[in-house]
Design a protein around this ligand. Sequence first.
Ligand SMILES: CC(C)(COP(=O)(O)OP(=O)(O)OC[C@H]1O[C@@H](n2cnc3c(N)ncnc32)[C@H](O)[C@@H]1OP(=O)(O)O)[C@@H](O)C(=O)NCCC(=O)NCCS
Length: 305
Amino acid sequence: MASNIHELRRRELDDFLTLALSNVGDLEDRLGLRDRAERQLRSLSRPGLWVLLGLLHALGRSPVRLLVADERGTPVGTTVTLLLGPWAYVAAVGVREDRRKQGIAQALVRHAEEIGRKARKTWLVLEVDSENEPARRLYAKLGWSAGPIVRWWELPSTPPGNREVSVRVAGRKERAMAHAAMAGRLGREFPRGLVHPCELICRGAGGPHGTLAAGPTGSPSLVLRYWAGREGESGFLLPVSTAGPSEGETGAVLDAGRAGLLRSGSRGIFVPVVGDDSQLEAVLRASGGSPKASSEFRWKSTAPT
Ligand SMILES: CC(C)(COP(=O)(O)OP(=O)(O)OC[C@H]1O[C@@H](n2cnc3c(N)ncnc32)[C@H](O)[C@@H]1OP(=O)(O)O)[C@@H](O)C(=O)NCCC(=O)NCCS
């Protein structure tokens, strides 16, 4: 049966939420993000938010666009597009189990692409579990490029010991250096403006965030961005090597970040490792960490081909 894709209507919200929540996947589970994903999706049913989104939508300025695929009034597929800075971030792509392999997800993602294009976003971006074959095939088929695999390590929730290496709060220039270092590693083709491919996951943590550095002031060897989780949710540490840090420096910055996240009440501390970085993985292992999940960042330009 052909499905009809349209913007979510308020009366479909409950069915939309049930379907979207049933498709929250393994990646979220392994990174302790199921509660966060559920909280964010459920916040859509707050009447005030719905009114605000309706108003922004009427003005052509809504930052969130919700799509459903329906068959005779019953939602069988969902997707959420977040319009952020220069990107359209595509999330919550899911199809009811008994309606898969009929092209519904392809149609939903194509609509989401169109939303990004019309909103004059330069890039469409999303994060996919690297073990989710059906989803990876779907995005590949639709011409989305794949970034490097990101391995997510979890660090133990016990306070780390003190290290001799000094760690400080990074300055603005040092943060910019981290950005340039990561962009250099990922290649020119990569969407500009993101320090790290998986940063959009980390940014949603909701607690305090900031940047630390080790090495000489003004030319740090390592810069680490942190996002604490709120109310016992997962927190994230993103280390970026700017000038070949020593193992001691890497360990000290990770320890300082971990101690800070634990003080802020984060439960579950995750460190994304982009592509091959054997030194960082060795330090994570020595700090009691273990790999928990892997994901792949996908992106597509909205420019006509
Ligand atoms: C991943 C997911 C969204 C795909 O949804 P879907 O509607 O089955 O996707 P599509 O039908 O558009 O494409 C899937 C396959 O069906 C095939 N297909 C499409 N129309 C078809 C048809 N009429 N007859 C037979 N096969 C068809 C497609 O070619 C594609 O095949 P491939 O996987 O071999 O390339 C779905 O499996 C799902 O909801 N998974 C759980 C949630 C999830 O993981 N979401 C992704 C988060 S990033």
